[in-house]
Write a protein that binds this ligand. Structure first.
Ligand code: AMP
Length: 283
């Protein structure tokens, strides 16, 4: 695996690949890698000649009281995991390489950035869109691979790609879970033992919601009542949101009949650690 911390040598290397007609797939991450990230690398490997993975904890997408400084980091371990997953290129820039002192541009995607995570994290998606556009301009891949776990992020980036005529195709991959159902996340290591046990309620609640809908319930408020009751039994976690929204527009759903694809989405807070998860449903 080739590793770059600077943009210019990375671009020289990737230009060489492109001249030899190699297809490039790109997986942006914030590191502290787990099987969710690695599943994206494997998918990209299958569909491309070379996979570029970036590791960059992007301060711009963290709010002032969020966990930027506590966000887990271990580049040595990540390098090893990426080597084993057969990634071709690791791009791990410093903050100074990505944001020069006079940096003053940001990208904001409107409507779909505002509900769900946008309510408690009003500047988050602008930070995400800005760094993803920068990374796409640097790497210039055929395909960008994102995980369904951050479904709103996938929608925001897809909308940006459409609105700004970006060249890259945006591809979404399924959520990887721990044995007990908890969605894999770099933040899971920040939980105490008891918080970790409470966190399993997130997927339990979502699954219960899915079961209700599958057995014919069409009133979203009824489904949400059940989901919130299960989440409410957590001793240490607090519900940030539990919503059912249209998977395309992210607008709230009342009657599930009227929407072909719905997203059941949850965010829970364990002190400062915020976990999200979702289930996509064809109704
Ligand atoms: P992060 O490092 O958390 O910014 O995530 C980098 C990419 O990995 C994003 O596209 C995430 O959606 C994706 N990802 C994170 N967790 C998972 C998971 N459990 N399953 C699948 N993809 C994931």
């Amino acid at each position: 695996m080739r590793e770059f911390a600077r943009i210019a040598p990375l671009q020289r290397f990737l230009n060489g690949l492109r001249q030899r007609k190699k297809r490039i797939g790109f997986v942006p991450t914030m590191g502290y890698l787990h099987e969710g990230h690695l599943s994206l690398v494997r998918l990209s490997n299958k569909e491309n000649d070379a996979t570029v993975v970036s590791i960059f904890v992007n301060a711009l997408q963290f709010g002032r009281n969020e966990d930027f400084s506590r966000y887990p980091r271990n580049l040595k371990r990540d390098r090893r995991l990426l080597g084993a997953a057969a990634a071709d290129v690791l791009f791990a820039p410093s903050a100074g390489e990505m944001y020069q002192g006079d940096f003053q541009t940001s990208v904001t995607v409107g409507g779909i950035s505002r509900p769900l995570c946008g309510v408690s994290r009003p500047t988050h998606f602008s930070g995400v869109a800005t760094v993803v556009l920068k990374l796409l301009n640097i790497v210039n891949p055929e395909t960008l691979y994102l995980g369904q776990k951050d479904y709103q992020q996938y929608r925001v980036v897809s909308q940006m790609a459409k609105d700004l005529h970006l060249r890259a195709r945006v591809c979404m991959a399924p959520i990887m879970r721990e044995k007990d159902g908890l969605a894999m996340s770099s933040r899971n290591v920040l939980l105490s033992g008891e918080e970790r046990r409470d966190a399993t309620l997130i997927y339990q609640a979502l699954r219960e919601g899915r079961t209700l809908i599958s057995s014919g319930e069409r009133r979203a408020p009824r489904v949400l009542q059940v989901i919130r009751r299960i989440l409410g039994s957590a001793r240490l976690g607090r519900i940030d949101y539990a919503e059912i929204v249209d998977a395309e527009t992210l607008a709230p759903v009342v009657e599930l009949n009227e929407h072909s694809k719905a997203l059941l989405a949850v965010a829970m807070l364990f002190k400062r650690t915020r976990l999200i998860d979702n289930i996509l449903m064809e109704v």
